[in-house]
Design a binder for this molecule. Structure first.
Ligand code: NDP
Length: 261
């Protein structure tokens, strides 16, 4: 796992739990690389025989840039979180969207097909989410973002998506609101309308409910999940990218999930 900083990452805990369950002999460490040292650090890792890497902030865009080839979902997200060595060089993929979709539909029982979905944020995580959600045939997706240019880029790249300002997107008109902003990391919430909230999902996870989970519950949400399940499921999906068996995720999910009905 490469990031900066990276000491807080709980990914090693998840991957070592998968390794213990599956019997795969795996070492998964944190590697701290600055932006200036990222590309060289990644190449050194693979030259030394590394099988695969996960990449986190702030390097997800650079991870796509360092790769010699990329999956369709990484290109759609404009960012990569999973790298693997191939005979032709480094291959980039993005498992975040698939992880989110699996957490919502398989773990939380949230129906995506036909659902009207409001996505908050328009950066890499939001783009990966939108690409994956579209594959499940939702009833419609509206994206709200602080920076309107970024939101418009999203609508250009995903013509099925509509764009709205935060104050024009009424949460009560949707079946699901997904917070793909990093606002909860600073304990704040995007400037949403003061309206009833449907099922809610925050990509951020922490020890207690996030600011967005608290906001959703205060506004009557029947279910407000954090992003721990997404983290676990994107990790499992990374195993598939690396050519390893797909691990069971139930035990890792129980270890960290914070959500309230
Ligand atoms: P970026 O830093 O690239 O994007 C940040 C996004 O948040 C932008 O859309 C930005 O809007 C918006 N934003 C930040 N602060 C605020 C605020 N106070 N109010 C409104 N909008 C705000 O991050 P990523 O796209 O890579 O990731 C987004 C979040 O998702 C991160 O917190 C990350 O930790 C989490 N994540 C979780 C994963 C998981 O497995 N659980 C996987 C991937 C990401 P603007 O464009 O206007 O600046």
């Amino acid at each position: 796992m490469v990031g900066y900083p990276v000491a807080h990452s709980r990914s090693p805990e998840i991957h070592h739990a998968f390794a213990a369950d599956t019997g795969v002999d795996l070492v998964y460490d944190r590697i701290e690389l600055t932006e200036a040292g990222f590309a060289d650090g990644v190449r050194r890792f693979f030259e030394a025989g590394g099988l695969g890497l996960n990449v986190t902030l702030p390097h997800k865009l650079a991870a796509l840039g360092v790769a010699d080839a990329a999956s369709e979902r990484a290109r759609q997200a404009g960012a990569a979180n999973t790298l693997r060595a191939e005979p032709g060089g480094i291959h980039a993929d993005n498992t975040d969207g698939a992880g989110l979709l699996r957490d919502l539909s398989s773990n939380l029982g949230v129906r995506i097909t036909g659902a009207r979905i409001l996505v908050l944020g328009a950066s890499g995580a939001a783009r990966g989410a939108v690409a994956a959600l579209l594959s499940a045939d939702p009833g419609g997706i509206v994206v709200a973002n602080r920076d309107p240019n970024r939101a418009r880029r999203m609508a250009t790249d995903f013509p099925q998506v509509q764009v709205a300002g935060y104050q024009a997107a009424d949460p009560s008109a949707f079946d699901l609101v997904i917070n793909a902003t990093s606002a909860s990391l600073k304990d704040s919430v995007p400037p949403l309308l003061d309206a009833p909230c449907p099922t809610a999902y925050d990509m951020v996870y922490r020890d207690g409910p996030t600011a967005f989970q608290r906001w959703a519950l205060d506004h009557g949400s029947p279910l407000a999940a954090d992003g721990w399940g997404m983290l676990v499921e994107q990790a499992a999906e990374s195993w598939v990218v690396w050519g390893l068996p797909r691990p069971e995720t139930a035990a890792a999910l129980d270890a960290g999930r914070v959500f309230r009905r």
